[in-house]
Design a protein around this ligand. Structure first.
Ligand code: GDP
Ligand code: ZN
Length: 308
């Protein structure tokens, strides 16, 4: 291990107490926060944080001395109806939502939910349609609305190694929060892309979850050619994300030009007269399924608002 007294590292996993961090050469450290950082509760450490580790000259132990500024944060509401927010992960460069063309049948409501989470946190997102070998007809067709909205859409197949080069390029050197329903092939994809990685996405989190009966944090898996794939079990929970109902329409990128042309500035795009979004749905310019997702998510957000 390094003889230096200060080392830059990335937090791979941990929940309070002891954290696992990894330096640029791949060495890993079990570390806790230096006392003075523990007291400063302004910034709570999160998985994905870039930190500086300091070695104690006397006993040689390492500790987290500095949390470096964050590029991004994935935030959710504090659990149990409490006020405030919780940082699920820091420095996520992109959210990658994996869905299957078939087996299991794709649910675009779930896809929309994850894309809204990404947008609400100002994090770019991309869609991976896996198992295209099982699709009837053009597997991209059911996801045309997403490509039109500006999301990169990858069509992949593990047995045929289809779409691998594009996905590999998209993951290289970045921190990607990988999410999607179980059984769509997230682990299979990663293991086929990175032979020897032997990843079981969701596995670690599940076993920890059983023992503690609490929501567990994210886990970062280093990729052999740079970058990380982050497993974010917290993202899979229903209705835990952090967006005000009036902000929801901003999370649908394909409506950006439209939503400002509604008659009312605070248009909910529901029953209001002169709603440009609803008119665009009626004329087929805006995808009706995406609009339906918006309405459901909006109703959900409004019902979850405290004191309303
Ligand atoms: P995860 O829960 O998202 O990690 O999904 P898994 O990687 O465990 O895959 C679930 C099942 O789908 C496994 O039986 C895989 O062999 C299968 N599978 C994964 N990718 C593909 C694919 O592209 N095509 C087909 N036909 N099966 C796949
Ligand atoms: Zn409107």
């Amino acid at each position: 291990m390094s003889a230096a007294l200060v080392v830059n590292a990335v937090v791979l996993r941990g929940t309070g107490g002891v954290w696992r961090a990894r330096d640029a050469s791949g060495d890993e450290y079990d570390v806790s926060l230096r006392g003075r950082l523990k007291q400063a509760d302004s910034v709570k450490l999160a998985v994905g944080d870039e930190v500086q580790l300091e070695r104690d000259a006397r006993d040689g132990t390492w500790a987290i001395a500095t949390i470096l500024p964050r590029r991004s944060r994935l935030v959710r509401r504090a659990p149990g109806g409490a006020y405030g927010e919780r940082v699920v992960a820091a420095n996520v460069d992109q959210v990658v939502v994996v869905i299957a063309a078939a087996h299991p049948t794709p649910h675009t409501r779930m896809l929309d939910r994850f894309l809204v989470i990404a947008a609400a946190n100002d994090i770019p997102a991309r869609v991976v349609v896996n198992k295209v070998d099982l699709a009837h007809g053009d597997p991209r067709l059911p996801f045309a609305a997403y490509a039109a909205a500006g999301y990169p859409v990858h069509a992949t197949s593990v047995p045929n190694r289809e779409g691998f080069a594009g996905l590999h390029d998209a993951l290289r050197g970045r921190v990607s929060a990988l999410t999607g329903p179980s059984g769509v092939g997230k682990s299979s994809l990663l293991n086929a892309l990175y032979p020897g990685l032997s990843l079981r996405v969701g596995e670690i989190s599940k076993s920890v979850d059983k023992g503690r009966h609490t929501t567990v944090g994210a886990t970062m898996h280093p990729l052999p050619d740079g970058g990380y794939v982050m497993d974010t079990p917290g993202l899979r929970e229903v209705g835990v994300w952090n967006v005000a109902p009036g902000e929801l329409d901003r999370c649908f990128p394909e409506w950006q030009a439209l939503r400002t042309t509604c008659r009312f500035r605070d248009c909910r795009h529901d029953e209001e007269p002169g709603c440009a979004v609803r008119a665009a749905v009626a004329s087929g310019v805006v995808d009706a399924e995406r609009y339906d997702s918006y309405r459901r998510l909006r109703a959900e957000l409004e019902s979850e608002l405290p004191n309303r």
